[in-house]
Design a protein. Structure first.
Length: 135
């Protein structure tokens, strides 16, 4: 996520999504290209599964930028969106995030965005991404 009030930095890279646990777990791994003007690249790993006890999807993640958390996810089939909510910590500050993953008619991820409340800063767009399937 972006630091509160900072402009979004254009990033590129690859995200792989694989099935694990007999098809009950989606594992996401992001390997970013170096951030412009830096040798640093963003990397993260997460997993999504259905939690019958909570009646929602659960997504846990960690990144090399100090982010981590567990999100509850709710699918809106009319809008073909998975909406994830998270409260945790980023860069030492409290953080609340709503992420929306938009899917096409085949269920393929096409776009995502996140809006955040970070510390005492005003709400901001924390992340935007568009996806193209690559084989």
């Amino acid at each position: 996520g972006a630091r509160a009030g900072a402009p979004l930095i254009p990033l590129s890279g690859k995200e792989s999504v694989t099935l694990a646990g007999g098809g009950t777990l989606l594992v996401f791994q992001v390997k970013g290209d170096p951030i412009p003007g830096s040798e640093v690249s963003y990397e993260s790993m997460g997993a999504l599964c259905w939690n019958a006890k909570r009646g929602c999807y659960r997504y846990g993640f960690v990144s090399n930028m100090g982010e981590s958390g567990v999100l509850d996810g709710f699918y809106d089939k009319d809008k073909k969106q998975l909406i994830l909510v998270h409260a945790g910590k980023s860069m030492g500050q409290p953080l609340a995030v709503r992420s929306v993953l938009q899917l096409d008619d085949s269920g393929i991820l096409t776009r995502t965005y996140s809006d955040a409340l970070h510390g005492s800063a005003k709400p901001s767009r924390d992340f935007e991404g568009t996806y193209t399937k690559v084989r």
